[in-house]
Design a binder for this molecule. Structure first.
Ligand SMILES: *[C@@H]1O[C@H](CO)[C@@H](O)[C@H](O)[C@H]1NC(C)=O
Length: 253
């Protein structure tokens, strides 16, 4: 199950015991977890946490409590022996989670904007340094994206670093994944983006003939200079030819 599509909506965090900054913190966290549109797998989770340690959890899939510490186990045993408590908790799945999940689907989760994806090399490989490829995904919504690099279809994990998902400030996000890469001929390097807007994933291949902007500019300047040089040369030759044919040779005495 891809974490990307697993939506976990954490809600209603109750802070119940909090004496002071250095005090103890007991809180419960209720979650509605679902991965499918038809909500067939929706799960209600109710966690009890003391000082960051979860000691007791209700899980609607099991319709049971699980204890993780001595006191948690004792509480779980007591609650599991109480059918009223279990049916009360199970009903949260249908009464609390399902309507909320529907609301999230119809108002938020159905809004997704596909990113534009491109790969550029930020510098070329030299004998000393490998190339640096950057895969950028722009203007996607919502947050929650996975960018991976593939070499001939196989995922590459080493020498990969990524930025956070950066908020553009206009609801859209962007992300950049960097990969150090020593080019080998005949290899296909691609960048795969998984996002809710593209359920099947989006794969962009790196066009190794594509030069980075600085290099491209150098080529353009060089080519322009060459063309300009040729024009001047041709003009000069034409001018010379014209002049020399128009010249009347006066024999010197
Ligand atoms: C709830 O229980 C089910 C069935 O054992 C399990 O697959 C699922 O991961 C549990 N969920 C959590 C959040 O513990």
């Amino acid at each position: 199950m891809s974490t990307l599509y697993s939506l976990c909506i954490r809600a209603l965090i109750l802070l119940t015991v909090l004496s002071d900054i250095d005090g103890y913190l007991y809180h419960t966290q209720r979650e509605c977890r679902f991965t499918s549109r038809d909500l067939h797998d929706i799960e209600f989770i109710d966690r009890h946490i003391f000082n960051k340690l979860e000691f007791l959890r209700y899980n609607s899939t099991l319709n049971a409590y699980i204890g993780y510490t001595k006191i948690g186990v004792a509480n779980a045993e007591r609650a599991n022996a109480d059918p009223t408590e279990l049916s009360r908790q199970l009903s949260q799945r249908d009464r609390y989670c399902k309507p909320n999940a529907e609301t999230y689907y119809s108002n938020i989760l159905n809004k997704a904007v596909e990113p534009s994806v491109e790969i550029v090399s930020s510098h070329l490989a030299t004998s000393k340094h490998p190339a640096m490829l950057v895969c950028s995904a722009y203007d996607f919504y919502p947050q929650g994206i996975k960018v991976t690099w593939l070499r001939d279809g196989m995922e590459m994990t080493s020498d990969v670093t990524s930025t956070e998902e950066l908020a553009d400030g206009d609801w859209y996000y962007q992300i950049h994944s960097h990969m150090e890469y020593t080019p080998k001929s005949g290899e296909t390097i691609s960048c795969k983006v998984e996002h809710s807007s593209v359920p099947q994933g989006k794969v962009v291949n790196w066009d190794s003939s594509f030069l980075p902007e600085a290099e491209r500019n150098k080529v353009i300047i060089g080519a322009s200079a060459l063309v300009l040089g040729l024009i001047i040369t041709i003009a000069g030759v034409v001018y010379y030819k014209k002049k020399s044919t128009g010249r009347i040779l006066v024999p010197s005495s």
